[in-house]
Design a protein around this ligand. Structure first.
Ligand code: OAD
Length: 278
């Protein structure tokens, strides 16, 4: 699937003419970095239903009833992110930010992803509205420390090893400790520490969410990349921008919003699009 040249040119013009460009990204932008999307066929939430795996209470239940399955879930979540590097789509967005700044405009990026690949690619103004896997916070949400990719990789390895052999529960609890600080009773629903990732039913990350809404309302153009647009309130971001009169350009194999759609993979389409804006 490739976008038509005329559509690419129209989208490039919309971005070139905008003083304020806002990017809104989702899991699809990281798919080509080896990180699973959530809702596509065979995606993460199909293998690990969010009712069970998407809330602190669900994780607490699994810890009590099926720790090996919990460990498998965490390993599959953490392992690919630990091993991932930015793909040409992330790199093109960072290049676009520099190009917009060079001509006196501003580009900021609102992401639903927790993988920090935009920052690794060089994007400077990133609002992580669903938090980050790399920031460990206490039960009140105060930041305690950073965790880096090599440590995440070690955690994923430890989780894999803990699923084999005896004393699974104790070994899984130990493997998970750098990520989740379990209270004595083993109640994961109120871990002493955890990544700042937003789970179902929780408020979005602040101040990122307030800033994201304000920037969407001021955008002249919004570039939407790799999101199903099904998760609220995040999915209101393109709606806010459209209502404020921004041109909407969307990149991805499926279309979620009204506007100009460039079908295809982010890693192929974004470099082509950005080369036309430069
Ligand atoms: P989804 O899995 O819902 O949607 C991913 C989108 O990316 C789909 O529309 C795919 O068609 C598209 N896609 C797949 N491969 C792509 C590629 N190579 N290039 C471009 N697009 C591609 O993921 P999100 O919309 O990000 O929340 O999901 C939103 C939230 O739901 C996530 O932030 C997560 C999840 O529950 C939290 O973790 C809090």
């Amino acid at each position: 699937m490739r976008p038509k040249v005329t559509a690419l040119d129209d989208a490039a013009r919309a971005l070139a003419e905008a003083r304020r460009v806002v990017v809104f990204s989702g899991a699809g932008v990281s798919a080509e970095s080896g990180i699973d999307t959530f809702r596509t066929e065979g995606g993460f939430w199909q293998r690990y239903p969010p009712e069970e795996f998407g809330t602190p209470m669900g994780l607490a239940k699994l810890y009590a009833t099926d720790p090996a399955r919990l460990a498998r879930f965490l390993e599959e979540l953490v392992g690919p992110i630990a091993a991932a590097a930015p793909n040409p789509g992330h790199l093109a967005l960072a290049e676009l930010e520099r190009a917009v700044a060079a001509r006196g405009g501003a580009l900021s990026l609102i992401t639903q992803n927790v993988d920090e690949l935009h920052q690794a690619a060089g994007s400077g103004r990133v609002h992580e509205i669903h938090g980050s896997l790399f920031d460990i916070v206490d039960a009140e949400g105060r930041k305690l420390r950073r965790i880096e990719r090599p440590e995440l990789a070690r955690i994923a390895d430890a989780l894999a090893r803990a699923q084999r052999g005896p004393f699974k529960r104790a070994r899984i609890a130990r493997a998970v400790l750098p990520l989740l600080g379990l209270p004595r009773a083993g109640d994961l629903s109120r871990p002493r520490h955890r990544p700042s990732v937003v789970m179902f039913g929780e408020a979005l990350a602040e101040p990122a969410w307030q800033r994201a809404q304000a920037e969407a309302a001021r955008a002249d153009a919004m570039l939407v990349v790799g999101t199903s647009g099904l998760v609220y309130p995040a999915a209101t971001i393109p709606e806010i921008a459209a209502q404020a009169g921004a041109r909407i350009v969307e990149v991805g194999p499926e279309r979620a919003f009204d506007g100009l759609w460039l079908p295809g993979q982010a890693g192929l389409v974004l470099p082509e699009l950005v080369s036309r804006v430069l």
